[in-house]
Design a protein around this ligand. Sequence first.
Ligand code: SF4
Ligand code: MG
Length: 319
Amino acid sequence: KTPLLQVKNLNKKFLVRKGWFQPPSYVHAVHGVNMTVNAGETLGIVGESGCGKSTLGRCILRLIEPTDGEIVFEGQNIRSLQKPDMKKLRRDMQMVFQNPFDTLNPKLTIQHILSEPLIAHGIQKRERTAMIEETLEIVGLNKSHLSRYAHEFSGGQRQRIGIARALMLRPKLIIADEPVSALDVSIQSQILNLLQDLQEQFSLTYLFISHDLSVVEHIADRVAVMYLGEVIELAKKEELFQRPMHPYTQSLLSAIPITDPDEKKERIMLTGDLPSPSNPPKGCKFHPRCWACMDVCKTEAPLLTEADGRLVACHLYEK
Ligand code: SF4
Ligand code: MG
C-alpha cells in the first residue's frame, strides 16, 4: 500500500489568555503527531473530547494552520503551498462534519449548497446540474430534494447532504469528524454503511474521527488513540480491540458496554479527571490516572515506538 497522507511531527498550540494581568499560556492541542494513512484505508482516531482529534483533522486540511510539522499528501508537503495551489488541492481533500448545517445559511436550498463547491472550482452550470443530480442519487437522495431547505430534512438526510457536498468534487481523502454522533443509533448504521459503499465505489480514503469506540470498531481498518494531543497507540483494529496495550486504551475499551453476556470483561476504572490541556502532567501525560505508573513515568515522556507490530507510547513496553 502507498501512503496517501503522512503527518510528520505535527504541532498545534493555541494561545490562551486568562486575564489581562496574567501572562499568556499555550494549549498544546496537537503534540508531535506522526501518522501514515494508506490509500483506500480507514484510519480511525479515537479519544475523549478535548484530546485534540478534531484539531488534528482540521490541521491536516489546513482549515486551521498548524504551528509546525509536515503534512505530506501524495508526496507533496502541502504546508508549503500558497493559496491557489491549496485551493486546487481541496478537490482531493474534503471534510464531513458532525452537524453539516451548523455553518450554513438556512435560507439556502440544497441546490445552492451543493453548487457552492462546484462554482468555487469553476465548473460550468450545465455540468454542475448533472454532477449534483448524480451525486444526490449516490447518497440516496434525488433531484426532488433540490429546491428544499436544510431544515426540512431529518438528521440522517442532512448528513447525506453533507456527504454529497464533500463528495461533489470526487475527493481522494475525506476527513469525517464525528459524522454519526448526532444521529439515532438506527440511522448511524445507515450512514456508516453508506460511507463504506462510497469508499468502495470511489476508492476513498477516510480519516474517521470519533469518541465512540463501537462506531470506530465498525468502520476502521486501523485505529489511532489520542490522549491530551498525543497519539499514544496505533494498531490494526482487530489487534487493538482484542489486545489493547497502552493502559489508557485498556481503560477506554473496558468501558464499552458488553453485548455478549458470555463474554467476561473486567472493567478498569479510570481514576481522576482528564487533566487540563493547558497544564498537562509532566512525564507521561497519563501518569496521574495510570495504575501501572512507575517512577520513570513521572519525569520522562514515553515515545511512540514499535512494540509487537504496533505503535505504543508507554514505558511498560520499552526494551
Ligand atoms: Fe502508565 Fe507509565 Fe505507561 Fe504512562 S508510561 S501509561 S504512566 S505505565
Ligand atoms: Mg471534536
